[in-house]
Design a protein around this ligand. Structure first.
Ligand code: TYM
Length: 330
């Protein structure tokens, strides 16, 4: 089967609904069809200064959430980026193929530095490491949310550049961005994406949050002043966001939801969305408790995922070293 790959940063104790609906739900579906590699991007998380013990706990929790969300580690390789040292190595090669101005023009770097985040060089070269993650595994598709599109584009550019300069050696990947699910918005500020760093506590739905709190946040989601339940991202971003969340979790197409809610009020919509989200979150949390109860089993899963990943990574790095002119080591 063709290979797919994706990753998430361990930047908090809990994934949020955007991570879940924008990415993880698709990971689970795609593992039936593809040879899937899913990893915790712990090296990328080092771009934000974090207490080491906290990073360790979040890395385990993130891996556990992949599994609680339905990734099957028997089928898909689940691993930590840092366990495969080839990522940093190929990242270096990617750095050396990237122009300084090209890196500085990336919107994520510009946004984060504009917000005054202390910009270490890791933040600047973040996309090159991400390109390395993807190109390492000859990934045909990369299932991510809309916010990662630019990173996928530079990955494609770097792969093409490498192949042009050194001869065909890297697979140029396609993004796999599911329409509709690609961007879950902040509940309080529905024109901005739901995000760990940008959203207020009331705008965010964490998968590990108390279900009563989740329901409360959904009931106080910002909507608009007319009363029609209709999907229109431009004029009704809040209502549209709620419809999308409902649709993905209930498997009901948005037009059917619009018909079902015709003539009803926003209160009804919010209540149903809250029910649908809580129904998804409760079994997820139960599975998480089991997984976190047995850290040895989780570490075993990560070790066996790394073993699988390492076989592919070694082969790619050998090819890359040879192409660029590094001497083979004895
Ligand atoms: P990260 O950790 O920020 O997010 C993980 C995944 O969740 C998606 N996502 C969203 N989707 C819809 N709506 C939202 N509000 C929302 N917020 C986040 C993201 O698009 C992503 O798919 N750079 C990556 C991690 C990474 C990676 C990779 C991904 C490192 N190397 C290689 C794929 C392939 C990131 O920071 O994702």
């Amino acid at each position: 089967a063709p290979r797919i790959l994706s990753g998430m940063q361990p930047t908090s104790d809990s994934l949020h609904l955007g991570n879940y609906l924008g990415a993880l739900v698709n990971w689970v579906t795609l593992q039936d069809e593809f040879d899937a590699y899913y990893f915790v991007a712990d090296l990328h998380a080092l771009t934000v200064p974090t207490d080491p013990a906290v990073l360790r706990a979040r890395t385990r929790a993130t891996a556990a959430q992949f599994i609680a969300g339905g990734v099957d580690p028997e089928r898909s390789a689940v691993f930590c980026q840092s366990h495969i040292t080839e990522h940093a190595e190929l990242g270096w090669v990617m750095n050396c193929l990237t122009a300084d101005g090209e890196a500085r023009r990336m919107t994520q770097f510009k946004d984060k530095t504009a917000k005054g985040q202390n910009a270490n060089v890791g933040l600047l070269t973040y996309p090159m490491l991400m390109a390395a993650d993807i190109l390492m595994y000859d990934a045909a598709f990369v299932p991510v949310g809309e916010d990662q599109r630019q990173h996928l584009e530079i990955t494609r550019d770097l792969a093409t550049r490498f192949n042009t300069r050194f001869g065909e050696a890297l697979v140029v990947p396609e993004p796999y961005i599911v329409k509709g699910a690609a961007k879950i918005q902040d509940l309080q500020e529905p024109t901005a994406k739901m995000s760990k760093t940008g959203s207020s506590p009331k705008g965010l739905i964490d998968l590990m949050q108390d279900p009563a709190k989740i329901a409360k946040n959904i009931r106080s989601a910002v909507t608009d002043t007319d009363a029609e339940i209709r999907y229109d991202v431009d004029t009704k971003p809040g209502v549209s966001n709620l419809l999308v969340i409902h649709s993905i979790l209930s498997g009901t197409p948005v037009p059917e939801l619009e018909a079902a809610f015709a003539g009803r009020g926003y209160g009804d919509l919010k209540k149903e969305v809250a029910d649908v989200v809580v129904a998804a979150v409760e079994p997820f949390q139960a599975r998480m408790r089991e997984l976190l109860d047995d850290p040895a089993e989780l570490d075993r899963i990560l070790a066996s995922g790394a073993e699988r990943a390492r076989v592919v990574a070694r082969a790619t790095m050998e090819r890359v070293r040879d192409r660029v002119g590094l001497l083979p080591s004895a």
